[in-house]
Design a protein. Structure first.
Ligand SMILES: Nc1ncnc2c1ncn2[C@@H]1O[C@H](COP(=O)(O)OP(=O)(O)OP(=O)(O)O)[C@@H](O)[C@H]1O
Ligand SMILES: [Mg+2]
Length: 377
């Protein structure tokens, strides 16, 4: 666990580049620091391995103040991947990966075994790449070597400072996928810096949002997308981003609470009245009178009533549609679209975990949501 406790940093005792940084990264967690250039991301990260010391406050690793640990010992526990892959050009890939193990006086065999293992782990053929030089590798491959080097002595913490920013989008995607896989498999605690919100959302279990040396929001990507703490965060995240990630948009975000219910034993005359008074096309039929929190048992549409209205005393449960689908409020937009399309429905009641009615998704509401996905088209 890494704890930042009211950490501030000033180089001149007048201007603070970090102010009261206070957050916790749990063991095994992937936390992303985002924010615009100069907001203090790199500085925050370097406090962990003491490339920079704080002016006030403390950084603790598993309860221990890093100021009280010998930096050399500290850095053995912490892998560090810098923005440029930072490989030594005159050394082979193998030698580059083995730099720290060599400093720690690992035997040649043990070092090589570890380097070969890491190359394979990062999807590079070890027999081919071990003896190559950095200039013979692509940008993406060099970046992988940078990561391999950070993993060489199996640190439990890895710090990554904009490691993928120089890569093309496709290579970047695939290395992002690899690092996610690695973190799952190896259970490393990762602090990752980026100024790319897409990358932050994809990788981060939590995102710390920095501005002018302060954390203005710390939360899961979902929390930040849905409830940006300030207008600045909202702007940075992009107002339309929710719509660009439909799988993150939930039925509860798009459902309407504007619906009427009628109990099953209500008669058609009452149903008709409700439709007229509330200017709606459908009613959700529920077991009990106050149907808002009970289970829906059917649907009644205006057009059914027009033909059945002769007998005003007929009960709605006798003519209602019982063959209807429901959605859960935690389903995502894509699931809602799928369901709506597959059953060709106009109205889908939305239930909570207890199967109680909490809203409704209409095909019109969905069309609005879908239009929101691509506001520019
Ligand atoms: N050695 C230094 N002396 C004085 N000020 C510094 C020093 N190093 C960094 N700063 C200032 O601290 C602030 C934060 O810098 P930092 O490198 O942490 O930003 P960053 O968020 O990583 O930015 P970028 O996205 O451009 O890498 C900046 O305003 C920078 O000018
Ligand atoms: Mg930086």
């Amino acid at each position: 666990m890494i704890e930042f406790k009211k950490v501030s940093k000033s180089y001149d005792k007048i201007n603070y580049v970090l102010k009261n940084i206070d957050f916790t990264v749990k063991t095994g967690e992937f936390v992303v620091l985002v924010g615009e250039s100069g907001c203090g991301k790199t500085t925050t990260m370097k406090l962990v391995n003491r490339l920079i010391d704080s002016s006030e406050g403390e950084v603790r690793i598993d309860g221990e103040n890093v100021r009280e640990v010998d930096p050399i010992i500290l850095r053995r526990r912490i892998g560090y991947v810098i923005q440029k892959e930072g490989l030594m050009p005159h050394m082979t890939i193998g030698e580059n990966i083995e730099l720290v193990p060599k400093l720690l006086k690992w035997s040649k065999e043990k070092r090589k075994q570890r380097a070969m293992e890491l190359l394979e782990l990062l999807s590079l053929n070890a027999d081919i790449y071990y003896d190559k030089y950095p200039h013979e590798l692509s940008g993406g491959q060099k970046q992988r070597i940078g990561i391999a080097r950070a993993l060489a002595i199996n640190p439990d913490i890895i710090l990554m400072d904009e490691p993928f920013s120089a890569l093309d989008p496709i290579t970047r995607e695939s290395i992002q996928d690899e690092i996610l896989k690695l973190q799952k498999e190896l259970g490393k605690t990762i602090i990752f810096v980026t100024h790319d919100m897409d990358e932050a959302i994809k990788l981060g279990e939590k995102i710390a949002f920095l501005k002018d040396g302060e954390i203005i929001q710390y939360g899961t990507p979902d929390e930040i997308l849905k409830n940006p703490a300030t207008d600045y965060v909202k702007q940075f995240v992009g107002d339309d981003r929710m719509w660009k990630t439909p799988s993150k948009l939930l039925v509860s975000d798009i459902m309407s609470k504007n619906y009427r219910t009628i109990e099953g034993r209500g008669n058609l005359s009452r149903a008709f009245n409700l439709l007229q008074t509330h200017d709606t096309d459908f009613l959700i039929v529920t077991q009990k009178e106050d149907g808002y929190h009970s289970e829906p048992i059917g649907l009644i549409f205006r057009k059914n009533l027009i033909s059945g209205i002769e007998n005003k005393n007929t009960r709605v449960r006798e003519i209602m549609y019982t063959d209807f689908e429901t959605l859960n409020k935690d389903n995502n937009l894509l699931e809602a679209i799928d369901k709506m399309a597959s059953i060709n429905a106009r109205v889908i009641p939305v239930l909570n975990k207890e199967n109680k009615l909490v809203g409704v998704v209409t095909n019109l509401g969905l069309v609005d949501a879908i239009n929101g996905i691509a506001p520019t088209n």
